[in-house]
Design a protein around this ligand. Structure first.
Ligand code: SAH
Length: 342
């Protein structure tokens, strides 16, 4: 059975035509399930009884179930969701002053193998389907109903490499962005990648004003090779070229994410080299305090050194911010997602 949450509007229109229906049926359905958040076909009063029966036979409206829920003292919510095949994935809700941000998982496990990351401890089992991506937002919106609120921003920065599940992630983005879908503005949507060069170029050509974050984490290939195996496949010169292509084509800046790891990438020289590397781009650096992972050897750079690093970047004319941390008390902090079962 097909899941109705698995289609962007254009694909649903195509399906309706194939079912001998008019194209606008798709818009009606979209409005019911996203604008009005209806969860059964019986409530769709402007659709004929006969066609509602057909829909019931062909489509379901299932979303992941909550297996475990943790709420942090800062209001961050981490959910362990159960999927149809019993896979478990994590989704996080963060409360920023500018809005409610969902941090979405794109794959069950991850194959990128970044040395510092908890998610990579579990190899990729599969890509998430479009309805499983959409489902994460619906589950969070259901929770937010009692506060009369909805998710306002989405970052695809949970477990997995979104560009290794490119087509499904882009369909998801279209559903989030569509006025009859979740109607979330493109500038409130961010996809984060460890740097799959061809996909960065595809993304540049999507013609949508959505944000791109690049997990850079190193100022040169030598350091990057040690912590991010993807760098052997796509060395920094190729990555930077793709980013420049993106900036010119999409007319958008990227955010460079840079985790500070003690004695790995956090010296003043590293800061200077980083400034050099990104010179010529219009983009800025978001320094991420590292959240230590029990099994791994990496340590967080201390507060003083963070400031020295930041100052060195500023001196070189780089725009830089330090990421605010959420949910550290419930392992929901950036990089802590690992879908422990139980
Ligand atoms: N695969 C994508 C998206 C998921 S990771 C990517 O690489 O961008 C989201 C971000 O969290 C990345 O910048 C990643 O490097 C970072 N991250 C991973 N482990 C972390 C940790 N322990 N502490 C802080 N950030 C971490």
């Amino acid at each position: 059975m097909k899941n109705l949450y698995g289609y962007k509007l254009e694909d649903l229109e195509q399906l309706m035509l194939e079912m001998g229906q008019k194209k606008y049926r798709a818009t009606q359905l979209f409005k019911w399930i996203y604008e009005r958040n209806v969860t059964s076909f019986d409530e769709m009063s402007d659709i004929s009884l006969a066609f509602r029966e057909t829909l019931k036979n062909e489509f379901c409206l299932e979303i992941p179930t909550i297996f475990k829920k943790q709420v942090s003292s800062d209001g961050t919510v981490k959910l362990l969701l159960s999927l149809k095949d019993d896979s478990k994935i994590e989704t996080v809700l963060m409360r920023y002053n500018y809005g409610l941000v969902a941090c979405v998982t794109s794959q069950v496990g991850c194959n990128m193998g970044c040395a510092f990351c908890a998610s990579g401890l579990f190899k990729k089992q599969r890509n998430l389907e479009v309805h499983e991506l959409v489902g994460q937002i619906l589950v969070l919106n259901n929770l937010l109903k009692e506060e009369n609120k909805k998710i306002t921003h989405v970052v695809v920065m949970g477990t997995g490499e979104p560009f290794d599940n490119y087509d499904n992630v882009m369909k998801f983005i279209r559903i989030l962005n569509h006025p009859y879908g979740f109607a979330i503005g493109a500038r409130h949507l961010t996809v984060s990648t460890c740097g799959l060069v061809e996909k960065i170029k595809d993304y540049a050509n999507e013609g949508i004003q959505i944000n791109l974050a690049i997990s850079l984490h190193a100022p040169n290939d030598k350091i990057r090779n040690k912590i991010m195996p993807i760098s052997f496949k796509y060395p920094l010169d190729q990555l930077m070229e793709a980013i420049k292509y993106y900036e010119q084509t999409a007319k958008r800046r990227v955010t460079f994410e840079y985790i500070l790891l003690e004695d790995v990438n956090d010296s003043i020289e590293d800061a200077k080299e980083l400034a050099q590397l990104i010179r010529g781009t219009t983009s800025y650096v978001n320094l991420i305090p590292y959240n230590p992972v029990g099994e791994l050897k990496y340590k967080r750079t201390s507060g003083n050194r963070v400031h020295r690093f930041m100052d060195a970047l500023i001196k070189e004319g780089v725009n830089v911010t330090v990421r605010k941390e959420f949910g550290t008390d419930i392992d929901a902090a950036c990089g802590q997602l690992r879908a422990k079962n139980g």
